[in-house]
Design a protein around this ligand. Structure first.
Ligand code: ZN
Ligand code: ZN
Length: 390
């Protein structure tokens, strides 16, 4: 069968799956589970994959809701990644139910390509994207080693083959001062809140002179107890983001200097702790992106390679993209004015348009797997872009 015929069969295959996929996506959407607690979602997804001849391992990387499902044998190994965690309070306002079902739909349809050309397709279930960066933990535990390519689609408001995502690291800061009566004996006190406020001023000054793609933002998590007590304790949480890991490290040091300076000025003691997980920027494999965009066009979605408007979040897919050639495509399910992480986006994630996006995402990814498995030149191009030419 030539590749065009095979793609037609893939499209048909996803159509045939659509009833089941819709049902699974509805169930996940109506029972939003938070990061690392996606018991129902991981079970629904792995059951579906098992029922479609995948060999499934649930609970990989010592994470009960992470899974790996394999169809086929040997190289090339192409992975499709699923997310299925929800957000506190607003449920599936990031539409991860769509990511999950487009991934399993794509995996099942990609069996046709594996049967025709050899190699294997994997569906890897990656929990807790939102709150804990589950893929970062999984990457540290070698879940993505030896893959030849990895892909996923995220719902959004454009059809795009790549995603801009910043490196991102958060830290907790505490200041320890000395309390005293704010009016009777202020000269005896050390004001921990002032240290935190000074830190914000330092960061605001710094912000004028950093690269336009970098971001620093923070909140006060503890600012004292009463106005007539000099605060002996204050704390805050901050996030530093940059376009690459090198600049991120540089900025981390400069942000710390703002806290150090404030500690010096006020006499408060400063303690800090960087979060264990650090998000890497997204490294988009443009060879993969080109294939994905072309397949989306076949499905009638005019898909651009790069985002028409910059949107700078961070995603744990960035860390995967540093290890293996990867794309994080966006499939449009709502109008531009609908914001991700809003209740309106949660509605979109289960609307007819959301379902269409899920189906098209599944088709385009399975077709992209077929492109890769069918053509060793493509495999080489993906590799050379990632590792450099030999
Ligand atoms: Zn999100
Ligand atoms: Zn998301």
């Amino acid at each position: 069968m030539n590749i065009d015929e095979l793609k037609k069969s893939i499209i048909e295959d996803v159509e045939n799956q659509s009833r089941s996929l819709k049902e699974i996506t509805r169930k996940i959407h109506s029972n939003p589970e938070l990061g690392f607690h996606e018991e129902q979602a991981s079970e629904l997804l792995t059951d579906y994959l098992k029922g479609n001849d995948f060999t499934v391992e649930l609970g990989i990387c010592r994470l009960p809701t992470a899974f790996k499902a394999v169809y086929g044998k040997g190289k090339p190994e192409i992975a499709i990644l699923a997310e299925y965690d929800a957000l506190p309070e607003i449920g599936h306002a990031c539409g991860h139910n769509i990511i999950a079902t487009s991934a399993v739909g794509a995996g099942v349809a990609a069996r046709l390509a594996v049967d025709e050309y050899g190699g294997s397709v994997l569906v890897i279930g990656t929990p807790a994207e939102e709150l804990y960066g589950g893929k970062i933990v999984m990457a540290e535990r070698n879940a993505f080693n030896n893959l030849d390519a990895a892909m996923m689609v995220h719902p959004g408001t454009t059809d795009t083959a790549t995603t801009e995502a910043l490196a991102c690291h958060s830290l907790d800061v505490e200041f320890i001062g000395k309390s005293t009566h704010a009016a009777a004996s202020p000269e005896e006190g050390i004001n921990a809140l002032e240290a935190l406020l000074l830190s914000f001023m330092g960061i605001n000054s710094l912000r004028q002179h950093i690269r336009s793609t970098a971001r620093i933002h923070g909140v006060v998590t503890n600012g004292g107890e009463a106005a007539n007590i000099v605060p002996a304790y204050s704390s805050g949480n901050f996030i530093v983001r940059a376009a690459d890991n090198v600049y991120l490290e540089e900025l981390e040091e400069r942000v710390l200097d703002c806290f150090r300076g404030a500690a010096k000025a006020t006499g408060a003691e400063m303690k800090y702790k960087w979060d264990d997980v650090c998000y890497s920027p997204m490294r988009n494999n443009l060879t993969l992106a080109g294939l994905f965009a072309a397949n989306m066009k076949i499905l009638g979605r005019n898909t651009s390679i790069s985002e028409p408007e910059r949107s700078f979040g961070s995603t744990d897919m960035g860390n995967v993209s540093q290890i293996v050639p990867a794309i994080h495509g966006i499939v449009s399910i709502a109008d531009k004015n609908v914001l991700v992480h809003s209740p309106e986006f949660a509605d979109a994630a289960i609307s007819d348009r959301g379902i269409e996006g899920m189906i098209d995402g599944a088709k385009a990814m399975a077709m992209t797997v077929a492109d890769i498995l069918s053509n060793s030149d493509i495999q080489t191009a993906i590799k050379e872009e990632f590792y450099g030419s030999p």
